[in-house]
Design a protein around this ligand. Structure first.
Ligand SMILES: Nc1ncnc2c1ncn2[C@@H]1O[C@H](COP(=O)(O)OP(=O)(O)OP(=O)(O)O)[C@@H](O)[C@H]1O
Length: 621
């Protein structure tokens, strides 16, 4: 799909400085880099691990969230206006984070629905998807699942996954494409095919900038421009063909039959040699501040094919104090505002939530094992509880304590099962949410709404099944009203448990830590329902009053005992309400306890929502 409107990006004296977390002197990661990324061409940024490739790509793409950027970035010769720049550019991160249960076409269609204006006709969006599939040669596998080996879901190849990640960005037809290590993890054939795709996109009028680790010689032959970094400095910047000459001029000619990039990296491993190359390169380009340094780059490069061409001086170690340098506080604030603006979705909230709900439901549908595993878990546990407490008697001596413990056991099952499921599924959800919401495909609030409205019905069905089995197997009060109260209380309880699990996952950002936190929280809440401990120490009393287990347990016990009669061994009838232990009863009616439990469900859900928003804003998820 050829594009109109060539975009050339030039940069001069770029620095990037971070303040180490543990304190100490600021660390300069990029040390005054200058160069250009041209329309219709591919610029490959290379260097050893830690040389600063990703940092440079982030700064060029305008994706820096921390640190201080210095220097100039110009777009078509004018200072970059980050907000419009972000609108016409796309960034493909190193790791493919995709929905495993979607087909290739569905993944790109979802991106089109969320990234293109709502007003654009559906047919036009479909055409856009078709053309992306054609551009990336994904037509043959468009109906294949993306898949995930960890989920035992067979899917497309690694190279196709990389192309799907690019396709998701291409739907908005960006003029600039930044890709972090697009060939990493691919075998050489797939890596070549990926580079061919990028070259084709560049030739169609796009400006393409990639970081690359260890390219083979076929891949290097596809570079138009090349930038080689060592310790945040430029060892070379210019047309690919000039790099070998620069190294030769510095005293390091490339041996015959050796891949030049292997030679470059091997030379740069030696600190002294690296300094010599950096100095030789810096001496071969116009001085920083010279009018020719940026503006004449393209023409000079094309004419001479020397290092001082498309990509300009990487002036080693110099801290440029350029006029209008972007490291002023005001400039940084406006860049941050531009990023926030760029992360704002372009379709309405309800539409976002709708598209996400469809995708989540499809995910359930395509993962019958996931659904079945949960349902079997509830079924198995319900039958287990039923068998343990099968047909309880109405004896004061045995029926009463067994009823109390069975209800506590039911709560234990419905505390741990949904909350653990919420924490263990979080890791994969988090990565997708971070990428997609981070790119402004949808808001975190829309994701939360979609999750709430798609997960809740499934959970209600599962919990109701659990309730029916346990109620009749155990033989709780034979009263329809009390049965429905039991079902309602446990459904609210189960949803609260799921929310508590999600809350722990959101607070810790890693499911492993979430599980530890959750176990601690649940055990603490379970201890103070009045069933395990009757005399609660004064310093723990507050836990009882904020615990959703306490209110639900009190309501369940009251509901069960309230209208029933029990019999002593001597046959004396005793009204159930008098048998409720004082440690369990909290003085509230069933309805009042249910209302508090409902309030706690709404409260924890709102709290989870707020934590999600904060963590998303802080880039912690
Ligand atoms: N926010 C940061 N705070 C502290 N150090 C950082 C930060 N970002 C990057 N660095 C450091 O800057 C150096 C360059 O990092 P960068 O990720 O750009 O390297 P790279 O060349 O892309 O490496 P790789 O190929 O391993 O991804 C590394 O030493 C890294 O630890």
């Amino acid at each position: 799909m050829p594009l109109d409107g060539a975009v050339d990006v030039t940069f001069e004296g770029l620095t990037f400085t971070v303040q180490p977390r543990g304190g100490g002197e600021p660390v300069q990661i990029l040390k005054g880099l200058s160069g250009a990324v041209r329309s219709g061409r591919v610029l490959a940024i290379m260097g050893a691990s830690g040389a600063g490739k990703t940092t440079l790509l982030d700064v060029l793409a305008g994706h820096t969230y921390t640190g201080t950027v210095g220097g100039h970035v110009m777009v078509n010769g004018k200072p970059r206006h980050l907000k419009s720049f972000l609108r016409i550019s796309s960034y493909v991160q190193q790791r493919d984070v995709l929905m495993a249960s979607a087909t290739v076409r569905e993944a790109i269609t979802t991106a089109a629905l969320l990234k293109l204006p709502r007003a654009m006709p559906a047919a036009e969006k479909r055409t856009r998807v078709d053309s992306v599939l054609a551009d990336l040669e994904l037509e043959a596998c468009q109906h294949t699942l993306i898949g995930d080996e960890l989920l035992n879901m067979k899917g497309i190849s690694g190279g196709q996954r990389r192309r799907v990640s690019v396709g998701i960005e291409l739907v908005k037809q960006p003029q600039l494409l930044f890709l972090d290590e697009p060939t990493s993890g691919l075998d050489s054939e797939m890596a070549v095919s990926m580079m061919e795709t990028l070259l084709r996109l560049a030739r169609g009028g796009r400006t393409v900038c990639v970081t690359i680790h260890q390219p083979n010689s076929i891949i290097t032959s596809m570079f138009d421009d090349f930038m080689l970094l060592v310790g945040g400095q430029a060892a070379y910047a210019g047309p690919w063909g000039g790099a070998v000459d620069t190294f030769a001029a510095a005293g390091f000619p490339c041996p015959q039959f050796i891949n030049p990039t292997d030679h470059f990296l091997s030379v740069l491993r030696d600190g002294k040699a690296a300094d010599a190359v950096v100095a030789a390169y810096a001496a071969s380009v116009p001085a920083l501040g010279s009018p020719s340094a940026i503006s004449s780059g393209k023409a000079a490069g094309k004419a001479a094919g020397t290092p001082s061409c498309d990509v300009e001086a990487g002036l080693a170690g110099k801290e440029p104090a350029l006029e209008g340098s972007s490291d002023s506080a005001a400039s940084l604030a406006s860049e941050a505002a531009a990023l926030v603006e760029a992360e704002r979705p372009c379709v309405p909230f309800v539409y976002q939530a709708g598209v996400l709900s469809v995708r989540m439901m499809r995910n359930w549908g395509r993962n019958p094992m996931m659904l079945a595993a949960e349902a079997v878990q509830y079924l198995f546990l319900a039958i287990f509880v039923g068998l343990v407490y099968l047909r309880l008697s109405d004896s004061v001596a045995t029926g009463v304590p067994d009823r109390l413990s069975s209800l506590w056991f039911v709560l234990a099952v419905l505390s741990f099962t949904p909350s653990y499921t919420a924490t263990v599924t979080w890791d994969s959800e988090r990565l997708l949410l971070r990428r997609e919401a981070g790119q402004g495909m949808y808001s975190a609030a829309a994701w939360f709404a979609a999750k709430t409205f798609t997960v809740a019905p499934v959970q209600i069905v599962q919990t109701t099944l659990f309730c029916v089995i346990t109620y009749f197997m155990v033989g709780y009060a034979a009263d329809a009203g009390r049965f429905f109260i039991y079902v309602a209380l446990l459904n609210m309880f189960q949803l609260t448990s799921e929310t508590v699990g999600l809350l722990c996952a959101l607070c810790t950002s890693r499911s492993m830590y979430a599980v530890i936190m959750l176990t601690f929280v649940l055990l603490m809440l379970m201890t103070f329902t009045g069933f395990l401990v009757t005399a609660i120490p004064v310093y723990f009393k507050w836990i009882k009053w904020v615990s959703y287990l306490n209110y639900t347990y009190a309501a369940l016990v009251d509901n069960e005992f309230g209208g029933d009669t029990f019999y002593t061994d001597d046959g004396v009838a005793v009204h159930g309400s008098t048998l409720v232990p004082s440690a369990v009863s909290n003085g509230l009616s069933v309805l009042a306890n249910a209302m508090v439990a409902l309030g706690l469900l709404v409260g924890t859900r709102l709290l989870a929502f707020l934590v999600l928003l904060v963590m998303h804003r802080l880039k912690k998820i």
